[in-house]
Design a protein around this ligand. Structure first.
Ligand SMILES: CCCCCCCCCCCCCCCC(=O)SCCNC(=O)CCNC(=O)[C@H](O)C(C)(C)COP(=O)(O)OP(=O)(O)OC[C@H]1O[C@@H](n2cnc3c(N)ncnc32)[C@H](O)[C@@H]1OP(=O)(O)O
Length: 206
């Protein structure tokens, strides 16, 4: 884990850029403008891409400690505010239960009018991993098992939750689900997380 000192104002500007990029991605997925406008916007975007590439990192922003003292990962593909790929998911811990409100977007479409199963899996992978980490067992996903019970809609507020269930040596288990606000489950997941030997001693409790 690399700790890096970057001014908060620059990080906030990076997160704003990522959010603007998400808005752009949503607009690209849904646009109906004419072909010449598509070509014009594409040319403008190519120029903007080159401006950002004028100074580049080799990897996204790493784990760091936020001003409120919490571990954060702004470059993460699920929770990273500075990563346009991220929703970004805001995970709250309620005791040992990880909980996140999530509204998927048309951009996440897999089946017609529904969220891609891999997107649901990505959210649950992260949430289960965070529940295991909160219980003192951070690890890499070894196995993730999913049951897709009902199509996952986009544009509707949903709730994702996960909890650590047990641990054995370097392995820990967690369960989770994405559900409608009334609790109706849409996708259920269970996962095995394995702490790589390289992490031993680098996280509280290991
Ligand atoms: C530095 C501090 C960081 C702090 C951090 C904070 C975290 C803040 C929350 C982040 C939440 C992120 C949540 C998303 C997490 C990803 O998305 S991780 C990305 C996806 N996963 C991967 O890329 C993992 C790739 N695989 C690997 O690196 C390695 O295979 C593994 C999983 C680390 C295991 O390697 P290994 O340690 O050499 O395993 P090995 O010694 O053979 O086996 C150890 C035990 O695990 C079992 N095992 C091994 N592989 C598996 C498997 N695939 N399935 C089930 N069991 C397995 C073995 O059977 C063995 O069991 P026992 O014999 O002890 O009973």
């Amino acid at each position: 884990m690399t700790m890096e000192l970057t001014p908060e104002s620059r990080l906030a500007a990076h997160c704003e850029l990522a959010q603007q990029t998400r808005d752009l991605m949503d607009a690209v997925a849904l646009t109906e403008v004419k072909e010449d406008e598509l070509l014009a916007v594409t040319a403008e975007l190519a120029a903007l891409t080159e401006r950002l590439r004028a100074a580049s990192r080799a990897t996204p922003l790493p784990f760091d400690i936020s001003p409120d003292g919490n571990l954060r990962h702004l470059g993460n593909a699920v929770i990273g505010g500075a990563n346009p790929m991220a929703l970004p998911l805001v995970v709250e811990m309620d005791g040992l239960t990880a909980r996140a409100e999530v509204t998927f977007r048309p951009l996440h479409e897999g089946p017609p009018n529904g969220v891609h199963g891999g997107i649901s899996a990505m959210v649950l992978d992260h949430l289960l991993g965070q529940a295991a980490a909160a219980a003192g067992f951070p690890g890499m996903t070894g196995t993730l098992t999913l049951r897709y019970l009902r199509p996952v809609p986009y544009g509707t507020p949903l709730v994702a939750t996960a909890e650590h269930t047990r641990a054995e040596g370097r392995k820990s288990w967690a369960d989770g689900r994405i559900a409608l606000p009334d609790g109706t489950p849409l996708v259920e997941a269970s996962g095995v997380f394995v702490m790589p030997t390289a992490w031993l001693g680098r996280h509280p409790g290991t």
